[in-house]
Design a protein around this ligand. Structure first.
Ligand code: KG4
Ligand code: ZN
Length: 363
């Protein structure tokens, strides 16, 4: 690759309609020319969570305008693009189809290569949008739908070391926040409430703490916190409970990450040890601070994306696509939208489901 790649990214897998233009040059320099995120929070708020049908319709209604804004604020036209990258899963399939179909149409009309991007690969590269973080690195991916630790060895080469056996960390934040009467999305609301709170008065379960392996579990914590929320009366008590919940989630994330770091360091002896946390929950200040301490104690560098690239965005999708295009990898125009699409398919097949009744791991 000698010419820079200028890639349009599209993200519609959940409740954000996003488009971005990212440039990747031959030296690996990344430039985000634009990143537009249209959030649907107001449309879903009355229901306390994302309603898939409402999300899919809202994506259809807004994607034209969002893409137009991404192109104009980047100062480029379709003719300046060298590729299109669209999230093809995992996610709410009605929404995924909107962005993926839009991407296919642009690719077909303009004769551009299409990359059908795994949303999780987008999160995996999100810290690279703003900092020079070479492969390999250890990644903690913590969002509303996902909670996993991965060894990211290179482009598209992720090995899953652990994942949640029930809820994702963001889901735990959201559900506990809901039981405390906080608005959707609960994570940021709970963080705000927790500010200045004293966590010491509430003893929450320490799931899997100190146990072997790198898996997570948040359901016990969720149930206990919901029970406590029902007994809380004053604003000060609510604040303290929120602080205790935040500490408990951060503690579990850090305990599992610490163990994974020890294993990763053994496998990567002599190589630089890098740690990245990404996904919506990486926006949480207490979680970031705790993980930063964990990384420092284990001799790992610490990186987290800027807040705007923690939560869902299309710049990370454009970069994941550009990195594949730089290696000559693209997808056919019949690439399917995939509701479930594990990053590390081998790990998912070996451990297909943690949740009874589900057909295979979501991710
Ligand atoms: O990465 P993301 O935008 O979407 C998924 O791919 O899931 O993550 C959204 C999740 C939600 O659960 C939201 O509550 C959580 O990230 N989140 C936070 C914070 N900001 C977003 N959780 C805790 N503290 C925050 N500041
Ligand atoms: Zn996400």
């Amino acid at each position: 690759m000698t010419e820079p790649l200028t890639v349009l990214g599209l993200e519609t897998s959940c409740d954000e309609t996003a488009a971005a233009v990212v440039r990747l040059d031959a030296s690996g320099k990344v430039e985000v020319l634009s990143s537009i995120v249209g959030t649907q929070i107001a449309a879903h708020a009355p229901y306390g969570g994302v309603v898939p049908e409402i999300a899919a319709r809202a994506h259809v209604e807004t994607i034209d305008a969002i893409v137009a804004e991404a192109l104009s604020s980047a100062g480029v036209g379709y003719g300046d693009l060298t590729g299109v990258a669209a999230t093809a899963g995992p996610g709410l399939v009605g929404g995924v189809m909107v962005g993926l179909s839009f991407g296919k149409a642009v690719a077909l009309a303009r004769g551009l290569p299409l990359v059908a991007v795994n949303h999780l690969e987008g999160h995996a590269v999100s810290a690279r949008l703003a900092a020079d973080i070479p492969y390999p690195f250890l990644l903690l991916l913590v969002s509303g739908g996902h909670c996993q630790i991965l060894a990211v060895e290179g482009v598209g080469a992720c090995r899953r070391l652990g994942s949640t056996i029930d809820d994702a960390a963001g889901e735990a934040f959201d559900k506990i926040a809901k039981s405390m009467g906080l608005p959707y999305p609960g994570g940021p609301a709970l963080e705000k409430l927790a500010q200045g709170g004293d966590p010491s008065g509430y003893v929450l379960p320490r799931a899997l703490l100190g146990r072997d392996g790198f898996d997570f579990s948040f359901s016990g914590l969720k149930t206990a916190a919901a029970r406590m929320a029902a007994t809380v009366n004053t604003d000060a008590e609510r604040k303290n409970l929120a602080a205790a919940v935040q500490v408990a989630i951060a503690r579990q994330l850090s305990d599992r990450t610490d163990k994974a770091m020890a294993a990763y360091a053994l496998e990567h002896q002599g190589a630089p040890l890098r740690f990245v946390v990404a996904g919506g929950v990486a926006a949480n200040g207490a979680v970031r601070a705790k993980l930063q301490d964990t990384a420092t104690a284990r001799g790992f560098s610490f990186d987290a994306p800027p807040l705007a690239y923690c939560t869902d965005n299309a710049a990370m999708i454009a970069l994941a696509g550009a990195e594949r295009l730089a290696l000559g990898i693209s997808d056919r125009l019949d690439a399917p939208a995939r509701p479930r699409w594990p990053l590390d398919e081998a790990a998912a097949l070996a451990n297909p489901t943690h949740v009874p009744g589900r057909k295979g791991a979501k991710a």
